[in-house]
Design a protein around this ligand. Structure first.
Ligand SMILES: [Zn+2]
Length: 407
């Protein structure tokens, strides 16, 4: 028996019946990866260094369901969440990200005929995607999100977008939406099967409704040992297969299941069905691969952590200045998991709302990228490889000669 199969076998032996799977609500979860004392929020940037360092922390222990492939933090405590207007998640200051959001919204309008309809977005953030859907298809929008800041939505949208600053619940089922969007939100929700029941119940017999979900893809995270993609805010981790199984069991038929954004995101488009539906896409068949990758992550993650720790320690011991580009959740996870975060003094971000704020956990102040012209780092770590060219162009423009690496 190969070593991988053996460790996958051990993983199955570890299934704990007192940890029922919140996604398929059956069997139990096998735990496989732990990080202690991580900030409970990672994009809630703090006004002072003291508050940032003292930010509440929680423990993370990932559990894997061998039946449906779902992964969740079994120690997640929803009461520790605080999604308020201080939540700064937007990537809308990056041209790469904006080009992606533009083409995605245009494609949704085109492929699913979303014109002159009502679009409801669950977890709409600063409503940047909803504004695009409203513009491109001349639609009406409803945005549901506790972190929404009405002042950041331009006045010309006030007649076309209704804002509901709340967490989505069954009370919102009264809105007869034709197209329901939910992007980068489901991974923040722990009882996923319960959420799907709420959604399916809200749609009821309006069988023409289309739902579109987008969220991070986890096979890549496991494959790369990408520990920076595992953090407290994300309590739920999906692959195309586990996401599809959730929707099929919850009374939806899937019309699109694909990967986008350099394969970092899963896109799922579904229609309500009368009951459970059967798998139809090759991407859904990922359970064997998942079992192997989960078993491998147990060793791959510590290896990746060790490699980055060595790189940063060696660079700073040699007197080199290290900066991080991108002060989002990945950076919080990267710095707190590595435990050598204090060796990195400078973090920059293109989002002006993050600048002058402080990183939860390690407490660095976030600067504008232009600060690097003065700081002249020797090594810049980009927190997402997709922005590499954009960052290199900015470094060249500022005359920064630093080595650029990406996680
Ligand atoms: Zn399950």
């Amino acid at each position: 028996m190969s070593q991988e199969l053996q460790s996958a076998g051990t993983l199955l032996d570890r299934v704990d019946p007192v940890l029922p799977c919140p996604n398929c609500e059956g069997s139990g979860l096998a735990t496989f990866y732990q990080v202690r004392d991580v900030p409970v929020h990672s994009v809630l940037l703090m006004p002072t260094r003291e508050k940032a360092v003292a930010y509440p922390r929680g423990d993370l222990l990932l559990g894997f369901c061998p039946s449906c492939g779902f992964i969740s933090n079994v120690l997640f405590d929803v009461d520790r969440n605080d999604y308020s207007t201080e939540y700064e998640e937007t990537q809308g200051f990056s041209p790469v990200f904006n080009a992606f959001a533009d083409s995605l919204a245009k494609r949704m309008v085109e492929d699913y005929g979303v014109r002159g309809q009502t679009v409801l977005e669950i977890g709409c953030g600063k409503a940047e995607f909803l504004m695009r859907m409203v513009d491109f298809g001349e639609n009406q929008g409803i945005g549901v999100d506790p972190s929404i800041v009405p002042e950041r939505i331009p006045a010309e949208y006030t007649d076309r977008i209704a804002i509901i600053p709340e967490l989505y619940s069954k009370e919102h089922g009264d809105f007869a939406a034709d197209f329901i969007v939910c992007r980068h939100t489901l991974e923040h929700i722990a009882p996923t099967a319960e959420f799907l029941r709420t959604l399916r119940g809200a749609i009821g017999d309006r069988m023409d409704t289309t739902v579109f979900f987008e969220l991070p893809e986890t096979l890549r995270v496991l494959e790369e040992g990408a520990f920076w993609d595992v953090y407290y805010e994300h309590c739920s981790y999906f692959t195309p297969g586990s996401l599809a199984r959730l929707f099929r069991a919850g009374g939806f038929d899937i019309v699109e299941l694909s990967l986008d954004y350099d394969d970092q995101y899963i896109l799922l488009v579904a229609k309500p069905a009368a009951g459970p539906t059967e798998p139809a896409f090759a991407l859904e068949d990922d359970l064997d691969a998942l079992r192997t990758l989960v078993a491998r992550f147990e060793t791959a993650a510590p290896e990746t952590i060790g490699r980055w720790r060595t790189k940063i320690v060696e660079a700073t011991d040699a007197g080199k200045k290290v900066a991080i580009w991108g002060a989002g959740s990945k950076a919080v996870a990267f710095l707190t998991t590595l435990g050598v975060g204090e060796r990195i003094e400078v973090l920059v971000d293109v989002n002006p709302y993050k600048q002058g704020r402080f990183m939860p956990g390690t407490g660095q102040e976030v600067s504008a990228p232009d600060f690097l012209a003065e700081y002249q780092p020797d090594l810049v770590i980009a927190m997402n490889p997709i922005y590499r060219e954009e960052i290199q162009a900015d470094l060249d423009r500022m005359g920064v000669q630093a080595e650029l690496v990406a996680v």
